[in-house]
Design a binder for this molecule. Structure first.
Ligand code: MCA
Length: 502
């Protein structure tokens, strides 16, 4: 496939004046601007001396400028490294220390705060995103044509981090081929075409909003109605002008709670897609009743891109994530690696062109997570039914999915346990009508400690992205443990789900 930019470019409309993005204020960005702006940034990066494989880290609010920079990185064969805007200094320090970018682009607010970062070597070039600043990245742009750098589909296009059940977050390297092959498969699977108008309310620092949503748009030359974040009123206003919406289940439950959601609002929609977290059958059923639409649920992860999808034509089975995309092989194995038959529950493994090859600088971890025949262990448990549809029934890894964002209890527990006055903690996910699961902590305090839940929560907020911070804290004398001394989180989940649901 070569450089992914060229593959995207082939999908752009012939008339480059066609709209790529329409903003909420009615202003528009054409495909021609997308092409010109990405060329100018790419020339600017090259003039700064950046070379193939250098990292460009970016932590800024959602804006079309980020898309120009993403495409510029592809054009110049640089590695795009987007960061969640919720990350605090400690988290950011880790990512910059690990990725060692040549360029870091941040919001003005964070630029003033950079001295607080705990890193041994600062990126050589640090810019803000805002055009008015004298340190703005926009100042590097160079007018004129840019020749897209030739590269193979195995070159790394993006670095995205995922935390883990133990240790520090791992950088997942996604190649031009990983991202491009998946975007092509999804465009076909979901029937994207140039008449489509996508409601884009997702963040663009994850696979979902960046590669899945925009990949389908680029390859079909369709249009995006663009919002900075998911706001239910805004979505209700925009939906009549859209043909496709992609979102996490929280978007759908919030739409269902809006009094104006009805069949008329969705009259032009041909497809609602949900992913990043399990869609409850109740949400699927209520949405069908309210709108006549069967939400299409699909399954993916940062390491693999999208693996399975319910069909565009054919039965969308609620409670399943559909069938594997073409070229992706899925198998269910037991703990001894024996391959299981249909209907049998086991560990989900996947192999295919969209699956990453290795973690950034972690060869041993990469080896652990792949089998000898190159299947990736997803860490999810599930089964394939007799029609070939996959259902996810649990996880082997201790992870919470809150509003489509992964939270690793171990990371939150480590921070809580490091606080003065805390003896130990257990972090669990409880059922939540809005977020699917919400993070809560069960904490044992040291004898004399007078810490309150508010104290703990506000301290945690200083050092950790808000979505990871427990929504509530419960104090106990002891944590329940099994004979091996392991905390029995299932018991805690039962107790507190019951307590908070009544
Ligand atoms: C924000 N907050 C959250 C979350 N988001 N708390 C728990 N879980 C969350 N997901 C907290 C903030 O810290 C803040 O706390 C308060 O909620 C309000 O923040 P705000 O940003 O206004 O929240 P929101 O607008 O209500 O956002 C919730 C959201 C958003 C709409 C569900 O998180 C979202 O858009 N999620 C989508 C994530 C996504 O794209 N995931 C894809 C990754 P305080 O008030 O205390 O400060 S997975 C992926 O890419 C794979 C490949 C896949 O399969 O898709």
């Amino acid at each position: 496939m070569g450089n992914l930019y060229l593959a995207y470019r082939e999908g752009f409309p012939k008339a480059l004046e066609s709209t790529f993005i329409e903003n909420i204020d009615g202003s528009k960005i054409s495909y021609r601007e997308l092409e010109e702006q990405s060329a100018q940034y790419a020339s600017g990066f090259e003039a700064l001396g950046l070379e193939a494989g250098d990292r460009v880290s970016i932590q800024v609010s959602k804006s079309p400028e980020v898309i120009f920079i993403y495409l510029a990185c592809l054009r110049s064969n640089l590695i795009f490294h987007p960061l969640n805007t919720a990350y605090k200094e400690t988290e950011l320090s880790f990512f910059l220390e690990d990725a060692k970018p040549s360029i870091f682009i941040c919001d003005k607010r964070n630029y003033a705060n950079l001295s607080a970062l705990d890193i041994t070597e600062s990126p050589k070039n640090i810019f803000t995103i805002d055009s008015e600043d004298k340190e703005s990245i926009q100042g590097i742009k160079k007018e004129g044509d840019h020749e897209v750098v030739d590269c193979s589909s195995d070159h790394v296009a993006a670095l995205l981090y995922s935390s883990g059940t133990t240790g520090k977050p791992k950088g997942i390297m996604l190649t031009h081929g990983n991202i491009g092959s998946n975007a092509k498969a999804l465009k076909e699977a979901w029937g994207f075409n140039k008449e489509d108008v996508l409601l884009h309310a997702l963040p663009i620092y994850h696979v979902h909003g960046l590669f899945v949503a925009l990949g389908c748009v680029f390859l079909s030359g369709s249009k995006v109605l663009w919002t900075d974040s998911f706001n239910t009123d805004q979505a209700i206003d925009l939906l009549p002008r859209c043909t496709v919406m992609m979102g996490v289940p929280t978007y759908y439950t919030r739409l269902l709670n809006h009094s104006n959601l009805d069949k008329d609002v969705v009259r032009n929609i041909r497809l609602f897609i949900s992913g990043s977290a399990p869609l409850l059958e109740d949400t699927f059923d209520k949405f069908l009743k309210k709108t006549n639409h069967y939400i299409l649920e699909r399954y993916g992860m940062t390491e693999t891109n999208i693996i399975c999808s319910n069909p565009l034509d054919g039965e969308r089975k609620s409670g399943t994530v559909g069938i594997p995309l073409p070229d992706l092989n899925i198998r269910i194995v037991d703990d001894e690696s024996n391959i299981l038959s249909a209907q049998e529950i086991g560990n989900i493994q996947v192999r295919g062109p969209s699956v990453f090859n290795s973690y950034w600088n972690l060869p041993k971890k990469t080896q652990e997570d792949f089998t000898a025949d190159n299947y990736f262990n997803t860490g999810d448990k599930g089964f394939i039914d007799l029609d070939g549809y996959l259902s996810i029934v649990g996880r082997t890894k201790d992870m919470i999915i809150s509003g489509g964002l992964n939270v690793y209890p171990k990371e939150v527990e480590s921070l809580i346990d490091s606080l003065e006055g805390v003896e130990e903690s257990a972090v669990i996910g409880l059922e939540d009508d809005d977020l699917g699961e919400r993070v809560v902590a069960i904490v044992v305090l040291e004898k004399e400690s007078v810490l309150s839940d508010e104290d703990l929560i506000s301290t945690l907020k200083d050092d950790m992205a808000g979505f990871k911070v427990p929504k509530s804290i419960y104090f106990v004398e002891n944590l329940p443990r099994n004979a091996m001394g392991k905390v029995q989180k299932n018991i805690l989940r039962d107790i507190y789900n019951e307590e908070t649901n009544n």
